[in-house]
Design a protein around this ligand. Structure first.
Ligand SMILES: CCCCCCCCCCCCC/C=C/[C@@H](O)[C@H](CO)NC(=O)CCCCCCCCCCCCCCC
Ligand SMILES: Nc1ncnc2c1ncn2[C@@H]1O[C@H](COP(=O)(O)OP(=O)(O)OP(=O)(O)O)[C@@H](O)[C@H]1O
Ligand SMILES: [Ca+2]
Length: 582
């Protein structure tokens, strides 16, 4: 294969002559008319070539093609500043048209051969109302021209309502698509996540509601073009919020597996989460922020301050199933980077090649689904917040994230327990998220690497919840409302996570009540609400299970510039790593 693809000839860039060679993995060109010592070689990995077109092509800001006989243009992704990528474009001239055609054909074949995960056809959902409402503009001006250069055909849907993307993925024909791209924020990503996971289980005949079931990983990749308010999933998997960088990761077919947490209540699946299942502070911030959507991304800072000043803590019982402490620890001061060893070892453990040992993981889970005592740890008390995250959840507000050493794809989540404490101590905890100071190195904070978590209220609390909500309804003249949104799956009417949320009556709902009680009635509410990746959950008592590597993103994790330099002298194998961050 390697020899078939080899091509070598003279090529011109501008008026300089180069000796160019395509070896299969690399395209290299060296100045031809210089003394040996002065010759510079440019080497571009084929995996990073975006596309090849005949003629002299300009791509950005507007595409133009000068259709000449002997020229071709190559586009490649290149790192411009740290994790930011941009499109590099080189126009080559050949001595003849025949040679030009040979170059473009060889390069296109090399792309197909060496980057098998490059998408050919994508389904794109744009949320025109996410973040600063620039989704459409971002896609058409920055992303679509790159997809076109890469020869990707995309079917674009600008959403007209919430949950349109999710419903489309659950019901419509997806044949021929290699991946799904969402242009928006974490909420839009969550829609795609729910749609794809649901569709995959539906086709595999698996029951999503049962937490003991080993779910089927999704075959389609997900791409995120960030255009939301927090864009936490993009930040934590690419390292930067930049639509062009994300588009380039999609084009070259990067692949990053991601753990997913399923959240259950009684025998229902409530939702899936990848970044935050948070009770207490983060739940209250979300509930408060929903009233101020008009503020855009700033609503979280405003609501964060309001909720901080209301100084609340909540009673609860947290039970958790610890992950194997020999594999990794949330306090080991490492970071999960591209090619992370801990995640790679998890891939082998989660998806062993022999079909016999394939049942190992599920049988392990049936252990806890039966609630077998012993391994579970239980704590009870008052908490400022209880957070579960499957990954670091880094974002612009918190560049190292909620749990800086969490792994994207190790099959575990981190449980962060912040016990009730003095308001200034809690502020210190929050503030440490904005720097490299260790937010876990505080006496009222615990962090555990876990496989599953259960949260319940101490006896008697449920009554307080209902009393509080009754009081609230009387105060605001509330009436019962019912929302029904069911989607036909497998021929039967099954509720989806979101449907469960919408179906809840206001009387059962425990969402607005605590916030309004806390702020208006000046009464400390008995319960908080759960923030699940930016959505409020309608239940207080929940059970969470982490599913290792359930989905794949067009991303490669975070590349660390210093680590890359250190590794440049080492073998490729040693590039798989986790580095110490402090
Ligand atoms: C003193 C400065 C403290 C700064 C503390 C920063 C902590 C930031 C931690 C961010 C964690 C993000 C986790 C990701 C969650 C996403 O799945 C979800 C959907 O997009 N986003 C949110 O729920 C949105 C959640 C947004 C939470 C923002 C909290 C802002 C707190 C501000 C507190 C100010 C206190 C001021 C006291 C005078
Ligand atoms: N056309 C639409 N009209 C109204 N809501 C929509 C539409 N399309 C999608 N949505 C919903 O809007 C919600 C928020 O969108 P999105 O996540 O893109 O932006 P955001 O909330 O500003 O950002 P983030 O989630 O990063 O904080 C999503 O939950 C999604 O379901
Ligand atoms: Ca994880």
């Amino acid at each position: 294969m390697e020899t078939d693809l080899r091509l070598e000839s003279s090529l011109w860039i501008g008026n300089k002559r180069y000796r160019a060679v395509l070896t299969g993995w690399h395209l290299k060109w060296t100045e031809a008319d210089k003394k040996n010592g002065d010759k510079k070689t440019v080497s571009v990995p084929v995996a990073e070539v975006v596309g090849v077109e005949n003629g002299r092509v300009e791509i950005l800001p507007q595409k133009s093609v000068e259709d000449t006989d002997k020229d071709f243009t190559g586009g490649r992704s290149r790192s411009t500043y740290g994790l930011l990528w941009s499109l590099g474009r080189t126009q080559f001239s050949c001595p003849s048209r025949v040679l030009r055609d040979q170059w473009t054909n060889h390069l296109r074949t090399a792309l197909k051969t060496h980057s098998p995960l490059r998408p050919h056809r994508l389904l794109v959902f744009i949320n025109p109302f996410g973040g600063k409402k620039k989704g459409r503009e971002i896609y058409h001006s920055l992303v679509a021209p790159l997809f076109e250069l890469a020869g990707i055909s995309s079917h674009v849907i600008v959403t007209e309502r919430a949950n349109q993307a999710r419903d489309h993925l659950l019901k419509k024909d997806l044949t021929g698509f290699d991946g799904v791209v969402c242009v928006g924020g974490d909420g839009m990503f969550s829609e795609v996540l729910h749609g794809l996971i649901g569709r995959t289980q539906q086709e595999a005949g698996l029951c999503e509601t049962d937490p003991a079931v080993t779910l089927q990983p999704c075959p389609l990749h997900i791409g995120i073009i960030p255009a939301g308010s927090t864009d936490c999933v993009c930040y934590a998997t690419v390292g930067v919020i930049d639509p062009v960088s994300s588009a380039l990761h999609i084009i070259i077919g990067d692949s990053q597996p991601l753990d997913v947490c399923s959240v259950h209540h009684a025998s229902t699946l409530v939702r899936y989460s990848v970044s935050l299942v948070g009770y207490g502070f983060y739940g209250d911030v979300l509930a408060e922020s929903e009233k101020h959507r008009w503020m855009g991304p700033l609503r979280y800072d405003y609501s964060g301050t309001v909720v901080y000043l209301s100084n609340r803590s909540y009673a609860g019982i947290v039970q958790y199933l610890p992950a194997d402490p020999l594999l990794s620890s949330p306090k080991d001061k490492t970071r999960c980077l591209s090619g992370c060893n801990v995640c790679s070892r998890s891939t082998e453990r989660l998806f062993p090649h022999t079909s016999d040992s394939g049942s190992l993981y599920s049988s392990h889970f049936s252990q806890y689904s039966n609630d077998s005592e012993g391994e579970w740890v239980s704590v009870e008390g008052r908490f400022r917040c209880v957070s579960i995250t499957c990954m670091s959840s880094s974002c612009a507000r918190s560049p190292l994230g909620l749990s800086p050493s969490a792994h994207l794809a190790d099959g575990t989540g981190d449980l962060i327990l912040v016990w009730d404490t003095h308001p200034l101590s809690f502020l210190k905890f929050l503030y440490r998220h904005t720097s490299t100071q260790d937010q876990f190195d505080l006496p009222f904070v615990e962090v555990h690497r876990v496989k599953a978590v259960r949260f319940s209220l101490p006896d008697g609390r449920e009554e307080e919840v209902h009393e509080g909500i009754g009081e609230l309804n009387r105060a605001i003249g509330g009436e019962e409302r019912e929302y029904v949104d069911t989607v036909s799956r497998n021929g039967s009417q099954q509720q989806l996570a979101q449907s469960v949320v919408e179906r809840e009556t206001m009387n059962e709902h425990k969402t607005v009540a605590p916030i309004l009680c806390g702020l208006c009635c000046k009464k400390t509410p008995a319960v908080s609400v759960w923030n699940c990746d930016g959505e409020i959950l309608p239940f207080t008592e929940i059970f969470c299970r982490i599913h290792g590597q359930l989905v794949r993103l067009y991303a490669r994790g975070i590349e660390d510039a210093a680590a890359m330099q250190n590794c440049s002298q080492e073998s490729d194998k040693n590039k798989s790593r986790c580095i110490t961050y402090k």
